[in-house]
Write a protein that binds this ligand. Structure first.
Ligand code: AMP
Length: 399
């Protein structure tokens, strides 16, 4: 059995891990912790759910304890994340891991008042977790200074690029001290990520914990074939028949998320939507209720759901397949976490066959197709890798 003891972590951190009940490091932690403690740059292919946050947070905390104190408005480690939700979660994890240490952490993100964030930064912060746009705003207001930055982490770098943050992050890199440690985590690796990494990292230790663009082994994945117009009734049927508890459901658009929630509520199923048009408060409230099991279903778009860490989530449903095949990997990464068994079910209609083929090519596997017994769709539409023609409507016969 591997232990945290052999990774070079300090007494106080080991003690904290014991308090948290972490008995064994995850594979990414075994690889990343010694490398980061040694001051190396790291390029890691690791999805959320692999324990990557502790993988970078623990050694960073340990290095920061040993270093000099932080000056007013300065920061010593910076973690950039693509979304507010991920930023909040990462900061919560850092605060949890570092609870017994004399270090300050904080989180800043857009969509909320900037003044309280400026106040937080005034006395200096050891680890700051931030979304790129808000961080640049704070910098332009002189509320944050980068001269003391020793470590930069790019978390979910692929997502940051997908979301169009490239200009913001390039601007930020130009403001950071050249001499620093840089850690880049990404679930998927495109050419753009490799280019970004090549310009940022120096002789990085490369870690590939899950095979590139593959999905977690502990997730049972399959496809349920269904007519497009029957998806909501099938979902209601599944929730009732299979006695599903906590389910995270993905839709392609905000509109479809809202429509689905309305429909589920009509069927007596408690559900809420999180997407870009919801306020930060609405999103946080929905997420908190879902985590406490007060909500059975959380319906999310890709952007809103990225980075959500809901412990022991048993089930993810793709109500719509994602347009970007890599997002499938991110979506189903919400379940089967930290070695637990999870299930990912995709409701696929005939118009999504091409998307399904693209996903299967990214994950290098063919997903099992099933039909839900006891639920009879009006048309049985076979799904193959070829695009199927929709059944033609019968012509109206003139009387
Ligand atoms: P992450 O991939 O960082 O989002 O972590 C996924 C989940 O695994 C989080 O809920 C962590 O609290 C948990 N976790 C991380 N490392 C360990 C560990 N070594 N043992 C048990 N749970 C862990």
């Amino acid at each position: 059995m591997n232990s945290f003891l052999s990774l070079g972590l300090s007494e106080s951190i080991l003690h904290r891990l014991e308090e948290l009940g972490y008995t064994e490091p995850t594979p990414i932690q075994i690889e990343a912790i010694p490398a980061i403690l040694a001051g190396r740059d790291v390029l890691a292919a690791a999805q959320t759910g692999t324990g990557k946050t502790a993988g970078f947070a623990l050694p960073i905390l340990q290095r920061l304890v040993a270093g000099p104190g932080v000056k007013s408005n300065h920061i010593r480690a910076l973690v950039l994340t693509p979304t507010r939700e991920l930023a909040v979660q990462v900061e919560q994890s850092i605060a949890t891991y570092g609870e017994n240490l004399p270090l300050k952490s904080a989180v800043v993100y857009g969509g909320v008042k900037i003044n309280p964030q400026m106040m937080k930064l005034r006395g200096g912060v050891d680890i700051l977790v931030a979304t790129p746009g808000r961080l640049l705003d704070l910098f332009s207001l002189n509320a944050v200074k980068f001269a003391q930055v020793e470590t930069l982490v790019l978390d979910e770098a692929d997502r940051m690029l997908d979301m169009g943050f490239i200009h913001d992050i390039r601007k930020l890199f130009s403001l950071l001290p050249e001499e620093r440690q840089t850690l880049l985590f990404s679930a998927t690796f495109s050419e753009a990520i490799h280019t970004l990494a090549a310009g940022l990292l120096q002789r990085p230790v490369q870690l590939e914990i899950t095979p590139r663009n593959s999905t977690a082994q502990s997730v049972r994945q399959y496809v349920l074939e269904v007519d497009k117009g029957k998806k909501s009734s099938l979902l209601s049927h599944l929730i009732c028949c299979r006695g599903w508890g906590q389910v995270l459901v993905f839709t392609r658009t905000r509109y479809r998320a809202d429509q689905l929630v309305k429909r589920l509520k009509r069927d007596g199923i408690s559900a809420a939507a999180i997407h870009g048009e919801k306020s930060q408060n609405e999103r946080s409230r929905a997420l908190a209720a879902f985590k406490k099991n007060q909500l059975r279903l959380l319906v999310a778009t890709d952007v809103a759901a990225r980075g959500l860490d809901i412990t022991e989530l048993p089930l993810v449903v793709n109500f719509d397949l994602p347009k970007i095949p890599e997002n499938y990997v991110h979506r189903i990464g919400r379940t089967g976490r930290a070695g637990l068994q999870g299930e990912a079910i995709s409701l696929v209609s005939a118009d999504e066959v091409k998307l399904l083929a693209a996903i299967e090519s990214v994950i290098h596997q063919t997903l099992v197709r099933q039909q839900e017994t006891g639920f009879v769709p009006t048309h049985k539409v076979p799904l193959t890798r070829q695009v199927q023609e929709r059944p033609k409507k019968p012509k109206k016969v003139k009387k």
